[in-house]
Design a protein around this ligand. Structure first.
Ligand code: AHG
Ligand code: MN
Ligand code: MN
Length: 335
């Protein structure tokens, strides 16, 4: 054997997502296998969406639907397609009694009244990048229901607050496709191997550097940012941090998770609570970042401690990334 072959065979990477989930099942408080199945269902839908994303330019699936979603934003064909795929997988899987999707105003009852979980999802994140072949993603957040098993899910199931999440994750359809998730025992990342149709463990225990060289925000909104955000950004520039912003939250977040840095979606003059949705963008990404050793705040407040209102599609500002940068931002916000 050549030394290279030997090295390749010695590497621990090679565990499939399936096997990993099975191995880790006992770590979970309710180790009955249902949550594991739920994660598998999400991964399956992710594979299908990955296929659609890959051939989007060929299959006439790009472009706008001509409809607006509940956010008043124009739906793209892939938004709708991804929504259908994830809801279908969760419905067929049987473990989720309901889904809250960015693309649907109301809770979707899957009909699995005995399902113990609910899933909040942004089926396709980064809509503006679909047609131009730039990285996009999916974000999900899972709760154990508080409503009676055997009946329909209720709003309260989704409004338990970020600390009640039992799992959260995202899929990045990027230069490679990755699934990253946490069940509250650290963060693991899996890379999709196209020819085998499997996710393989590639990043076993992801930790974000405490400091980082990157700030990520839409600087076009500069004049609409509150003073504290501009003050903070000026300090980033004085220290010669570098700017990276692609406009897909999942992609910007993922890069900073590995390199260290801070992602900002601040309040703006016309969007006083920012743009991003708390239940299927803010909470899940905050859960993952805390598990990776980073932080997420809405300004002075920690995202996971923010009490949700009764609006399922509520928005909240998001500042997320390396702990030291987020602490700095938080301090400026509190002044
Ligand atoms: P979505 O495509 O799910 O509606 O999310 C879009 C979000 C997010 O992905 C991204 O970070 C942000 O919108 C970009 O907004 P700006 O164009 O205002 O920078
Ligand atoms: Mn989004
Ligand atoms: Mn979306």
């Amino acid at each position: 054997m050549t030394p290279t072959t030997e090295n390749a065979l010695a590497t621990p990477v090679g565990i499939t997502l399936e096997r990993y989930i099975k191995r880790k099942q006992s770590e979970f408080a309710y180790a009955t296998g249902e949550l594991s199945q739920l994660l598998r269902d999400l991964a399956l839908a992710g594979k299908i969406v990955n296929r659609e994303v890959n051939r989007a330019g060929l299959s006439r699936i790009t472009g706008a639907m001509g409809e607006k979603n509940v956010q008043g934003e124009h739906q793209q064909r892939l938004d709708v397609e991804a929504n259908i795929r994830f809801v279908r997988a969760l419905t067929n899987g049987g473990e989720a009694c309901a889904v809250l999707s960015e693309e649907d105003e109301h809770i979707i009852q899957t009909g699995n009244v005995f399902g113990k979980y609910v899933v909040a999802i942004d089926p396709l994140d980064g809509s503006s990048n679909i047609d131009v072949n730039v990285s996009i993603g999916t974000i999900f957040s899972i709760y154990r229901r508080v409503s009676r098993v055997g009946g329909p899910a209720r709003q309260e199931d989704f409004l338990q607050g970020g600390r009640a999440q039992v799992a959260a994750g995202y899929i990045l359809y990027g230069s490679s496709t990755m699934l990253v998730y946490t069940t509250g025992h650290g963060v693991a990342g899996f890379t999709y191997e196209n020819s085998l149709g499997e996710f393989f463990l590639s990043h076993p225990d992801i930790k974000i550097p405490r400091q980082g060289p990157v700030f990520s925000c839409n600087e076009g909104n500069w004049f609409d940012y509150p003073e504290f955000v501009r003050t903070f950004l000026m300090t980033c520039k004085e220290r010669r941090l570098t700017a990276r912003y692609v406009g897909s939250l999942v992609a910007d977040y993922h890069r900073n998770l590995f390199t260290g840095g801070i992602y900002l979606y601040p309040p703006t003059t016309d969007k006083p609570t920012g743009k991003l949705r708390l239940l299927y963008e803010g909470y899940p990404l905050a859960f993952i970042i805390e598990q990776a050793g980073g932080m997420a705040v809405t300004g002075a407040d920690v995202v996971l401690d923010v009490q949700p209102t009764t609006d399922l599609h509520q928005r909240a500002p998001l500042f997320v990334g390396s702990a030291e940068l987020v602490v700095e931002l938080q301090a400026v916000a509190a002044q």
